[in-house]
Design a protein. Structure first.
Length: 293
């Protein structure tokens, strides 16, 4: 059953001409699951807990920043009900369409202006990144302090700080996208290597030498790009290759097992049966019994 979503309206937060609201709060179990008519940048300043956003539940910790488009439902929850001893502290920076249009005049790069428009129009998913440099925390603290005790020129300072927050965040999003593309290219190289050397005894250490990644990172990349562990992917690849040989050659099963990297025929039989549900001979027999179209 989907939870009820309460709509937070702009007029409840923007009581001045800035169209900007910044606060620092300790999350609880009272605030409802909600969506809003404005863009929200939320920064985890202290503690641990969970961010219920859309259909996801994300464990959160200090240094995580979320960019939440208009209309995306979410709520933060602390890790424990004992919030006095284990608080979850969040900085929030909220701004509506009017300020987005003001920022679009200040920001020169079209791609960043388009990003803000996409957030405003709910055309992109939420963003989750980690502030390893602490640059975004610094900006959030400055925004909060300037907003809490405004002085001469505060409007200009706040708009400048919001622009920096938007641009700094977008830079990290862009860099993460570039890294993901580079990783995908490197991963394709690894998968091609496995395809060409499936008959050999392949160890993770060899893939470390090929990619320059650690074994742990390679393991994560296999799960991300194939949905399987390295070992499971290699087994499925070998069985896939053996199925092709069973269909297209007259080789004995023992030779096919060797050609796809199995030194022990019994192990080959066991893995083949577990993955395909058939024995190698049964698979070959059933394939050849199929009528040609």
């Amino acid at each position: 059953m989907n939870p009820t979503v309460q709509l937070f309206k702009s007029e409840s937060f923007f009581q001045n001409n800035l169209k900007l609201f910044v606060n620092r709060c300790s999350e609880d179990f009272v605030v409802p699951f909600h969506a809003h008519e404005f863009v929200e940048y939320s920064y985890v300043a202290e503690g641990k807990g969970f961010h219920h956003i859309g259909e996801d539940i994300i464990p959160v910790h200090k240094g995580m920043l979320f960019v939440i488009p208009v209309g995306v439902p979410h709520v933060f929850r602390p890790a424990t009900a004992n919030v006095s001893e284990h608080p979850l502290i969040i900085y929030n920076c909220l701004f509506n369409s009017e300020l987005i249009h003001t920022l679009s005049i200040m920001i020169q790069e079209e791609e960043i202006r388009n990003h803000l428009t996409d957030l405003e129009m709910n055309r992109v998913p939420y963003v989750s990144i980690t502030d390893y440099s602490q640059r975004m925390e610094e900006l959030m603290v400055k925004l909060y302090r300037e907003s809490a005790v405004p002085g001469i020129g505060s409007s200009t300072i706040l708009y400048t700080l919001v622009s920096q927050l938007v641009v700094t965040t977008y830079r990290q999003i862009h860099q993460a996208t570039c890294n993901e593309k580079e990783n995908a290219t490197d991963m394709e190289h690894i998968l091609h290597y496995l395809d060409q050397h499936v008959n050999e005894r392949i160890r993770l250490s060899e893939l470390v030498n090929i990619s320059g990644w650690s074994e742990r990172h390679i393991g994560r990349m296999f799960l991300t790009h194939t949905g399987r562990t390295f070992g499971a992917y290699l087994q499925h690849l070998r069985i896939q290759k053996s199925c092709e040989l069973l269909k297209n050659s007259q080789h004995k099963v023992s030779l096919i097992a060797e050609l796809v990297g199995y030194r022990d025929v019994d192990s080959f039989y066991a893995v083949f049966k577990r993955i395909t549900g058939e024995t190698p001979q049964g698979y070959r027999r059933n394939f050849r019994a199929e009528p040609l179209n």
